[in-house]
Design a protein around this ligand. Structure first.
Ligand code: F6P
Length: 406
């Protein structure tokens, strides 16, 4: 093999975000005209052994000798396929499997003499996200014969088996440890010259949004009265706006629609998702509208009259002003960014994702992808008869404000 070849080896417990990361690497490297291929052990397992037998947690027990040898055989099949690929015209092979034991990693290195192995360990230490990822895994066809609760328990047991044999990747010559929620590098060491290293490293830490539709909820009773915050429902016009969005997106595949916990956001999403069996709605409190504290449910005029200091401060410096007992844009930033990361993580490789947010929240989401000076952020135009379409991959950036007929 020439020195141009690279073997990227994913490492990590089940539900740590490996496959999402591996698919992102494959997609982006291919866009850069690198000859790349993904080798997923789970796919070979399902191909060879079917779903139900290997969905049992016991299949992953290190003490289950027969299953261990079946799993080693599966790993070997993919190693051979990857070797053939690299031996031919392939440049980067991505091995997508847990690869948590040092023994397995040694075997991989022995399999590709002359081709450096770059171990990419994915970590997901956020308990809430881990739980959500496991719930998502429990919906896979391989768990169809179990109740959701049984499937979740079985998957957790599988994780525990892998945990019991897990050894630190930090002993490897070339490795990186990624916090998959935050696209952040936690640890790394690279001792060899790795082809495509810079590109791969950039991809590991960059956002990857192939199609984000950022929608604001439809008109509410509070909007009509110019009252802020609260939890009011949609008006007749608001429902019509949501129905118009449903029509506009009728031909668009929408596997994930994220909302806040507010009635207006949930109601809008419900109308959009009506009749779509494949659409999963998920409320995230990170997308709740800015908390106006003592000013909640007041009109802007009432605030100006009864709380002139707050009004004056917002007029002077809207971004940094914090409502008494509530939030300001400056404090909203962190939780909204976390919501964006959560939504992108939970939607995995979905082609399209929708967020039904609020005025202030959508301003923050937008500014996460499109740089704006902080003082301009609270004035970004967030209408209810338009949505933002955002694409943000290393090779493509798109931000368009789309008007839909309503
Ligand atoms: O008025 C609708 C609303 O979503 C309020 O709930 C929220 O306080 C406000 O917009 C945020 O916008 P601004 O910061 O411009 O007041």
């Amino acid at each position: 093999m020439t020195r141009k070849k690279l073997c990227i080896v994913m490492v990590g417990l089940p539900a740590a975000g490996k496959s999402t990361m591996a698919a992102k690497l494959e997609h982006c490297l291919a866009e850069e005209c690198v000859s790349v291929r993904l080798f997923n052990n789970g796919d070979v397992r399902r191909e060879m052994l079917g779903d139900s037998d290997t969905s049992q947690a016991l299949f992953y027990s290190p003490d289950n000798k027969e299953a261990v040898s079946q799993r080693e055989h599966i790993a070997l099949i993919n190693l051979e396929r990857a070797r053939n690929f690299l031996g031919d015209k392939g440049e980067v092979a991505i091995l997508d499997a847990t690869n948590v034991s040092a023994k397995r990693r040694r075997k991989i290195k022995e399999f590709f003499p002359g081709c450096p192995a770059f171990f990419v360990e994915c970590r997901n230490d956020d308990p809430e996200l881990l739980e959500a990822s496991i719930e998502r895994k429990a919906l896979l066809p391989e768990f169809a014969h179990l109740t959701p609760a049984q499937a979740v328990e079985s998957f957790k047991e599988r994780i525990r088996y892998y945990q019991s044999i897990s050894q630190p990747v930090t002993d490897e010559e070339n490795f990186v440890v990624i916090d998959t929620l935050n696209n952040r590098i936690l640890d790394e060491r690279v001792q060899a010259v790795l082809p495509h290293y810079k590109l791969v490293r950039d991809l590991l830490v960059s956002d990857w949004v192939r199609g984000l539709y950022l929608v604001r909820h439809g008109e509410t009773a509070f909007n009509l009265e110019m009252r802020i915050g609260g939890d009011s429902d949609l008006t007749r016009k608001g429902i019509k706006q949501a129905q118009a969005l449903a029509r506009h997106f009728s031909d668009v595949d929408l596997p994930y629609v994220f909302t806040s916990n507010k009635i207006r956001s949930i109601r809008t999403a419900k109308v959009i998702c009506e009749g779509r069996a494949d659409c999963r709605r998920r409320p995230l409190s990170e997308f709740d509208e800015i908390d106006a504290g003592m000013c909640e449910s007041m009109t802007y005029d009432e605030i100006a009259r009864t709380m002139p200091k707050v009004h004056a401060a917002r007029t002077r410096d809207k971004y940094n002003t914090i409502y008494p007992g509530g939030e300001g844009y400056v404090t909203l930033k962190e939780r909204v960014e976390r919501g964006v990361k959560k939504a992108l993580y939970l939607s995995g490789n979905a082609r399209n994702v929708m967020i039904v947010g609020h005025q202030a929240v959508n301003r923050m989401i937008l500014s996460h992808f499109l740089y704006r000076r902080t003082e301009d952020v609270p004035y970004i135009y967030i209408p209810q008869d338009r949505f933002f379409h955002i694409v943000s991959t290393p090779s493509r950036k798109l931000f368009e404000l789309v008007k839909f007929p309503c």
